[in-house]
Design a protein around this ligand. Structure first.
Ligand code: WTA
Length: 632
């Protein structure tokens, strides 16, 4: 789509929104048509789309392509070792999903049951998800890096009777245990009746008689035909847990028709997908990005989708781009944290021996992409030939909400435009009034969405009150995602980071992402996280945790240089009081920096840090405490 087409589409989508959503919904395959396009409101929290309509998500992602595209490659799997790979056609996917669905039925899974999926990134992960969708079971994918405690919390919250897992996985040349974690977790999960185990790593595992079943044995006992279950448009498709700023994880619930429509529409339009593209989103299916942009969006659009079980730099630092070359990937979608990590390894090791000429679109998701990473991604990875597509969205939104898309001019660091059919507003945090004019990086408001959209979550599993309080009762009449944002002179949106990550220095509100981006752009720095610490005169000042590039030497002079750099680049109001060098920042397994932990450490409140088991490397916490600088 040209930019001019996109703009007229945008106008149509907002001015005639019913016609727009109707046109898009007609691109799905329905069993029964809907009567009511949309009902409910943000105030009442009872939003429904396409009520009375019936369809099946698996049918839309697989069966409907078989007529003409049965032999087209649906999924490519690349294992941890470059010697392990497989590709399957839509026809094979269809057969494997039907067999998997029959196995689920055999162990007693019924429509409406919650099935937990705890699998490595192997073909059986998307197959299991689609098999659930086929028979109307609600999946709850638990990221395979999560601890037994996380499994226990999620299984119990949804009172799930079924878990699908594997005998293990591979990451960076090492075997990972999965079944053992399930065994520990379900000691405290009274609802679990059956555990289905996929063989993959050939780990030694224990099977409990009458509870645990090997998938491949049951697969031999069932047929290969399985009809699709007609589902109501508003039947839940899946639950996905995400952490809130407080309390236990929230079970975000997405439903059938609206979610599928929104995942497929955004995938098609934002990345500009073409029929013969090979598309690779590096996310794990344990995250929403893996749901919407590894499985449902791409498969509904008949896109050949790559999944990779391993880690970015194994066995070679160039592995990501070796894979791009190996499969001639056209669209690549990853997170800024991965981009920065690769950049820090050096161009010679990461890029020199790969061509990357097949790439056309480079996506980014998860946090604001800082200018330095943006330029490296654009100039080096994409050789200045690719569009950089930043994408702002959340587990709760189901799909991308704000993005330049491939059709727009490039503006490093700005997420730019709300998507077709989506109206974003920026609210004054004190008065709750919409701000219409331009703001600035130092003066931003609360991002909000003005009207219901099909892909939005419908509730939090078992806690509708929390749903209302977190998202709809903060600013009445709006969906409130919890992020700050501002618009520039051209009306483009910039995300300034979570509103709970704001530092207020001498009355100036400063977004952590903004300062981090400036520090990151210093040539010696690889990655940064900043938080506010109390200051008698300014209210708050900055405590910066800084990871240096491999070849940089941590000296006091370098600290002074960085402080001067920030004064110069950002402005003197961004007062950095402390820089602590660190080899590693505390990150969740999806790569998000846990500022909550950094804040506790810098505030000398480590006794209240609490559970660190969701961190990729919990060991970095004692090291951070050890290296803390006493500024008091
Ligand atoms: C942040 C991931 C800036 C944001 C899809 C949001 C971003 C939260 C971006 C949701 C981006 C995600 N620019 N910030 N492009 N993408 N975020 O639920 O704070 O894991 O609220 O969904 O990540 O994270 P979640």
């Amino acid at each position: 789509m040209q930019q001019s087409d996109w703009l007229s589409q945008k106008e149509f989508s907002l001015n005639e929104s019913n016609a727009f959503w109707t046109k898009e919904a007609e691109k799905l395959d329905w069993i029964t048509s809907w009567k009511t396009l949309q009902s409910g409101s943000f105030n009442t929290g009872d939003i429904k789309w396409f009520e009375e309509g019936e369809l099946n998500v698996c049918y839309n992602c697989v069966d409907r392509h078989l007529d003409k595209y049965a032999d087209k490659t649906a999924l490519i799997w690349e294992g941890d070792s470059p010697d392990d790979y497989k590709a399957i056609s839509f026809d094979t996917l269809h057969k494997q999903v039907m067999r998997f669905a029959n196995v689920l039925k055999k162990i007693g899974v019924k429509k409406g049951d919650v099935v937990c999926i705890y699998l490595p990134l192997i073909l059986e992960a998307p197959i299991a998800m689609l098999a659930c969708a086929r028979i109307g079971a609600i999946h709850s994918v638990i990221f395979a890096g999560f601890s037994p405690q996380s499994i226990e919390d999620r299984v119990n919250d949804a009172a799930s009777k079924f878990i699908i897992t594997a005998d293990g996985g591979f990451r960076g040349g090492k075997k990972v245990a999965l079944k053992e974690n399930v065994d520990i977790a379900i000691k405290n999960c009274p609802t679990v009746e059956k555990v289905l185990v996929v063989e993959h790593a050939k780990n030694d595992i224990q099977l409990e008689h009458g509870r645990d079943y090997l998938y491949h044995l049951l697969a031999n006992e069932v047929g290969e035909q399985c009809d699709v279950e007609p589902m109501n448009a508003e039947d839940p498709l899946f639950i996905l847990y995400t952490s809130g700023s407080t309390g236990k994880p929230k079970g975000v619930v997405h439903t059938t028709a609206g979610y599928l429509l929104y995942a497929s529409l955004t995938h098609r339009e934002i990345f500009g997908v073409r029929e013969n593209d090979v598309y690779w989103c590096t996310a794990d299916v344990g995250w929403i990005t893996g749901h919407s942009y590894v499985v449902y969006g791409p498969l509904a659009n008949r896109t050949t989708t790559l999944i990779y079980e391993g880690v970015p730099c194994y066995p070679a630092k160039s592995r990501f781009f070796d894979i791009v070359d190996k499969y001639q990937v056209n669209i690549f979608y990853t997170a800024p944290t991965a981009i920065r990590a690769l950049q820090a390894e050096g161009d010679e090791a990461v890029l020199a021996n790969t061509s990357r000429d097949s790439l056309r679109v480079l996506g980014s998701v998860g946090e604001p992409i800082n200018r330095e990473a943006w330029y490296w991604y654009h100039d080096k990875v994409g050789k200045s030939n690719c569009s950089i597509v930043d994408t702002w969205w959340q587990t709760e939104t189901g799909g991308i909400m704000i993005s330049p898309g491939f059709a727009h001019k490039q503006k490093p660091g700005s997420a730019m435009k709300s998507f077709l059919g989506i109206e974003a507003a920026i609210l004054n945090k004190d008065t709750s009034k919409e701000i219409s004019g331009a703001l600035s990086a130092h003066d931003y408001g609360a991002l909000a969405i003005k009207k219901p959209w099909p892909g939005m979550m419908r509730t939090l599993w078992g806690d509708h009150e929390r749903y209302m309080d977190t998202y709809f009762n903060v600013y009445k009449g709006y969906y409130y995602p919890g992020d700050g944002a501002y618009r520039d002179q051209e009306g483009d949106i910039w995300i300034s980071g979570r509103l709970d990550d704001i530092i207020s220095i001498a009355g100036h509100r400063i977004g952590t992402a903004e300062v981090e981006s400036v520090i990151d752009s210093h040539h010696a720095v690889a990655e940064t996280a900043v938080i506010g610490i109390p200051d008698a005169i300014k209210g708050e000042v900055i405590y910066a945790y800084v990871t240096l590039e491999r070849d940089s030497i941590p000296t006091d002079q370098l600290k002074k240089d960085i402080i001067a750099w920030v004064r110069k680049t950002y402005g003197p109001i961004a007062t950095i009081k402390v820089i602590q060098w660190t080899d590693e920042l505390p990150k969740t397994r999806s790569g998000k920096i846990m500022r909550r932990i950094l804040r506790k450490i810098a505030h000398f409140e480590e006794a209240q840090i609490g559970d660190v088991s969701t961190l990729a490397d919990p060991e970095c916490v004692p090291a951070l405490i050890e290296g803390r600088i006493d500024y008091r």
